[in-house]
Design a protein around this ligand. Structure first.
Ligand code: DQA
Length: 147
């Protein structure tokens, strides 16, 4: 089993049109292609999902157990609000890399706190779309693969 789940939360389906000054011009489909290319080069499978629904994200995290070796999670605004997502991560005991396109610490104060960070392996933020393949590589390396 060598599959990584890349999970995207609310409003990330709008990437490309959504505040390009903050989030860049790449669409979510562009980012998926970048992740798939990186996964292919590392010899791992990848599932790429997005939902605007907190409950659906919870279900996807639950379903990852026994299927994926780790999760890359851009929880969008749920990062700053969702104890439920944090509990789901703790429950499935899979390594999670928290990801944000923007540098959440250089933005409004309400974005500085993350419920996800405390249960994550690490966090990549501020590198735009390029952060996604970085996260795929970091997770693969953490799990013992050569980067
Ligand atoms: C985000 C940062 C969050 O604060 C914001 O709510 C998002 C996107 C990012 O990728 O930079 O929706 O997770």
């Amino acid at each position: 089993m060598t599959s990584i789940l890349v999970l995207n939360g609310p409003n990330l389906n709008l990437l490309g049109q959504r505040q390009p000054d903050v989030y860049g011009s790449a669409t979510l489909a562009d980012i998926e292609k970048m992740c798939r290319a990186k996964a292919k080069s590392l010899g791992v499978d990848l599932e790429f999902r997005q939902s605007n629904d907190e409950g659906a994200l919870l279900d996807m995290i639950h379903a990852a157990r026994g299927v994926h070796i780790g999760i890359i999670l851009n929880a969008g605004a749920y990062t700053h609000t969702s104890i439920a997502l944090r509990d789901a991560i703790s429950s499935v005991e899979l390594p999670v890399i928290e990801l944000h396109l923007s540098n959440i610490h250089a933005r409004e104060e309400f974005r500085h706190h993350s419920y996800i960070s405390g249960v994550s392996l690490g966090m990549i933020c501020g590198f735009g779309a390029a952060g996604y393949p970085m996260a795929v590589e970091a997770l693969h390396r953490h799990l013992g693969g050569a980067g």
